[in-house]
Design a protein around this ligand. Structure first.
Ligand SMILES: [Zn+2]
Ligand SMILES: [Zn+2]
Length: 335
């Protein structure tokens, strides 16, 4: 089978021939139909970045497909079932794993391999794709679940005043969930207008230019300083921007995934008694909520998908996406 491999920093992804993996005990083999290219895929392969995928690893964590083979001890699944899965696995016997929370497991391991014809997943962390949903929808579940977690951690409700910083897929997903939670005082800020229409489709009531006057503009359109800032930019300094903008006793959720060291205006954060919460991934409830929302007809996230490419085009596309921001979610179709 064909599989995208990250060999080492500075080298483009390689499409290599690999044997189809055998699902181990408790695992299933999934024939991948769609896998989204995430901003983290760009960061973790960026030659200039501080953190990279392990050498020889197979990226691709936002995928959906069909079950192609079943490992020992797995019940409740059959070949041909349409699914989307967590791209990680846990030890299988700690409290976090019992709660289907592998990201909370001390031995959380990345399985990924979504940019391949086949990959394996832990059967306990596989979710059925409802008949109404496409594989593309299935590949949107993972990024949507990330947004669902950031909004859950912030405690966003109908009375919240929310500012989302950044209009990439993470910011758009957070916007979708803030709107679904009944928030109407909801603004997205970005450095360009490119994603204005998509942000509005996802539920943003206001789209702001992220300049030096952002604080004033946000307070103006939201009816006061935001009590929640969701940071989906992931660059050094952006949490500090959140501290400046957020209301006293406000919450900043950082989902942007910045790997560079950062400094904070700690005095201001202290005076405002700001809560800063980092967010990475999701719980099973977020994953299932994303599937349920799509299945209930809330299909606005489809607007995020701008293009579908073949696996062979992935290495070039990854390099293109580093500078060309005109695309939103690009899907890879490995078959
Ligand atoms: Zn992702
Ligand atoms: Zn565990």
């Amino acid at each position: 089978m064909k599989r995208a491999i990250f060999n080492r920093p500075g080298e483009r992804l390689a499409i290599e021939d690999r044997p189809v993996p055998d699902p181990g005990p408790g695992e299933v083999l999934i024939k991948v139909e769609r896998c989204g290219i995430c901003g983290s895929d760009l960061k973790m392969t960026d030659p200039a970045g501080p953190v990279h995928f392990a050498e020889g690893s197979a990226p691709g964590h936002e995928y959906a497909g069909t079950i192609a083979a079943i490992g020992k001890g797995v019940e409740g699944w059959k070949t041909g079932d349409r699914v989307t899965a967590f791209p990680v696995g846990g030890c299988g016997h700690c409290a976090a794993c019992d709660a289907l929370d592998p990201y909370g497991c001390n031995t959380c391991t990345y399985l990924m391999g979504g940019f391949s014809e086949y990959t394996v997943a832990q059967a306990a962390l596989v979710n059925r794709l409802p008949a109404n949903l496409t594989f593309e929808d299935g590949a949107l579940v993972e990024p949507l679940a990330c947004g669902a977690q950031s909004i859950r951690l912030a405690g966003v409700g109908p009375q919240s005043r929310v500012l989302v910083l950044g209009a990439g897929a993470t910011g758009l997903a957070a916007t979708f969930w803030a709107a679904r939670n009944g928030c109407t005082s909801l603004a997205v800020a970005a450095t360009s207008d490119r994603r204005k229409a998509i942000a509005e489709t996802m539920g943003a009531r206001h789209f702001l230019h992220a300049g030096s006057d952002l604080s004033d503009h946000a307070a103006e359109v939201l009816g006061g300083a935001p009590d929640v800032v969701i940071e989906c930019v992931g660059s050094a300094g952006i949490i500090g921007t959140g501290v400046e903008i957020v209301a006293p006793r406000g919450t900043i959720v950082s989902s942007g995934m910045c790997f560079d060291p950062d400094t904070l205006p700690t005095g201001l954060a202290t005076m405002k008694q700001v809560r800063i919460q980092f967010s990475m991934a999701y719980l099973m409830e977020d994953f299932r909520r994303a599937i349920a929302a799509l299945d209930a007809g809330h299909l606005e996230p489809r607007a995020m998908v701008t293009e579908t490419i073949a696996l062979s085009a992935l290495p070039n596309m990854l390099e293109t996406l580093r500078s060309d921001k005109s695309r939103c979610r690009v899907m890879v179709s490995p078959v």
